[in-house]
Every structure is written in structure tokens, then in C-alpha cells.
Write a protein that binds this ligand. Structure first.
Ligand code: ZN
Length: 141
């Protein structure tokens, strides 16, 4: 898999807590303490009311496919094709652009239930991907 060599994000002062969360297996999102709005991508102030009172909260990491596109021609040869670019609408109501993994491109659909899954790419970067939700809850025997 060529995924090890894909271009990786470079954390900034504003986005560093998000990437640190991913490294711990937590999907974090900023929430405005003044108006309750979820802010993503990371910003210095609320994109609805401009308050600087943003706090990091952990997302459930579950949502549905809002929109998707199957990519057959990569923008760089490092990307293995086909891959599924998706906009996921999280249960909390915010959206993120990501890739759907562990899913055949012919099976993705709008409103598909999905959940976050993390892939460690380097010492610094763990990427949040999404995969079809596993509906069955394992029972302890
Ligand atoms: Zn706000």
C-alpha cells in the first residue's frame, strides 16, 4: 500500500490539539462556549458568532455519508485508486471531508452510517478515516 508516502498535514498552532487527539484515538472538534456551534476545520474563533471561547470536545466519531465521490485519477501517484472521498456529517451536526475505507466503491451511498477509524502515518500524524458502521454489538460470553 502506497499510503505511507502520501502528503501529510502539517499541524499549526490552531490545529495541533486536533492532531494530538487523533494520535490518542480521539476525534476532537472545537465547540463554541458562547453559542454552542461546532467549528471544523480548527479556527481561532467561532465561525458563527466570532467568539474566541472555543473549547475542544470529543466527538462520538459516528455519522452518515453526506456526499461522496469515487476517485479513479489521483492528484498524486502516491494515492492508491480507487478511493472514496466523502463528506461525513457527524452525529453532533458538523461535517468533515475524509476518505471512506474498508468499503467497496460500489457499496457507498448517501446516508450510509459510518464511524471513525484511525491510521497512524508517522510519529506526528495519525489520520482520521471513516468506515461503514459495524452495527452488531459484540456480546461478552
Ligand atoms: Zn459561537
Amino acid at each position: 500500500m502506497g499510503a505511507q508516502s502520501i502528503p501529510l498535514p502539517r499541524p499549526t498552532e490552531v490545529s495541533a490539539p486536533f492532531w494530538a487527539g487523533c494520535a490518542r484515538g480521539q476525534l476532537l472538534v472545537q465547540r463554541c462556549a458562547a453559542c454552542g456551534w461546532y467549528v471544523f476545520v480548527p479556527e481561532p474563533c467561532c465561525t458563527r458568532c466570532t467568539s474566541f471561547e472555543l473549547e475542544w470536545v470529543e466527538s462520538l466519531g459516528q455519522g452518515t455519508v453526506y456526499s461522496f465521490s469515487v476517485v479513479w485519477r489521483p492528484q498524486q501517484p502516491a494515492f492508491d485508486t480507487p478511493y472514496i472521498a466523502v463528506i461525513v456529517e457527524l452525529a453532533e451536526g458538523w461535517k468533515t471531508l475524509t476518505n471512506l475505507v474498508e468499503c467497496d466503491p460500489s457499496e457507498v451511498y448517501v446516508d450510509m452510517p459510518v464511524e471513525v477509524t484511525f491510521r497512524r502515518m508517522s510519529d506526528e500524524i495519525t489520520l482520521p478515516y471513516f468506515r461503514p458502521q459495524t452495527k452488531q454489538v459484540r456480546k461478552q460470553s
